[in-house]
Ligand binder design. Sequence first.
Ligand SMILES: C[S@@+](CC[C@H](N)C(=O)[O-])C[C@H]1O[C@@H](n2cnc3c(N)ncnc32)[C@H](O)[C@@H]1O
Length: 304
Amino acid sequence: MEFAIDQNNLEKDLDFALEKKWSAKAIPIACEFGEIKEIMSLYNDDKYSNYWSIRNILLGDSVNYPALSHFIYMRYGGDELARKTLEDLNTLDPNKSYRILNAGSGFGSDMIEQAKLLPKAKFCGIEYNKRYADLSAKIIQALGMEERIKIYYANLTDPDQIKEIHAKEGFFDGAYSNLVVLHIKNKASLYQSISNLLKARAIYRNEDYTRQEKTNLKFAEEKIGCQNLLTIEEMIQLAHSSGFSNSSFSCLTDYWQEFTLQRKNNYLENVLQRSKKKEMFFQDVAEFFSDHGGCGGVFKHLKK
Ligand SMILES: C[S@@+](CC[C@H](N)C(=O)[O-])C[C@H]1O[C@@H](n2cnc3c(N)ncnc32)[C@H](O)[C@@H]1O
């Protein structure tokens, strides 16, 4: 089915066109589109990039996993990270019916991949960008996976909202965040939320930026939307104050120096409908890791 595009109002047009075809929405816990808009304008202004590929796919004739694969693999980490995450959470047995939480789930692509690997498991995403949350619900609906992957539109740092999700979902067998916590100012509250949603002995895997002496915090904040970056020791301390123990950290800084440069070049060379803002963002992130002391890696914490 074809939809005429109102060039003056692309965002509304897309919402309308998708709504006609895919009605699913994230489960609303938050009632307002809040601070993220100010903190991460990029995530509200990408309709010419990821948003366009999603539009083309979701409004095409048949939506299936291979049709979505191009978009899905555009995300950070791709398939490999989705699998590695399950391995790190000790939730890689396809015969078990785990319940897994993705804190800051974006477009939901990690969970889509993981749901294929674990046919009996169920997944929950929590996402505070309403547009991402609703779009991921539609993608999941289009793939027929809505019984297995739920998306909540909620703020991970709001204890009341987390209580509400806990009342609906109970405890999870494992939780992860991929490049989310770096954007959150109140990291203590985030860690407490995750801890409150996890069973005893469950693992929280957080792939995240950290800070060291040479890190240019002003650049990180202004160009990438990082907030209150902490050192490795501070992060571990914070986890321990929130009910976790046995924390470990593996450094990804060298890998990210290469990855961010490659990603910038790939974007410039291979993506046709580019967003100027996204282009600049990829450029800034690459620069952060090459010239401004950017660093980070993977934290794993065990719920006591
Ligand atoms: C860099 S994106 C990563 C998305 C996804 N994890 C991925 O790897 O594709 C960060 C995500 O965290 C979400 N986020 C940031 N702060 C949040 C909060 N307080 N509660 C819920 N989601 C949040 C953002 O809206 C955004 O989708």
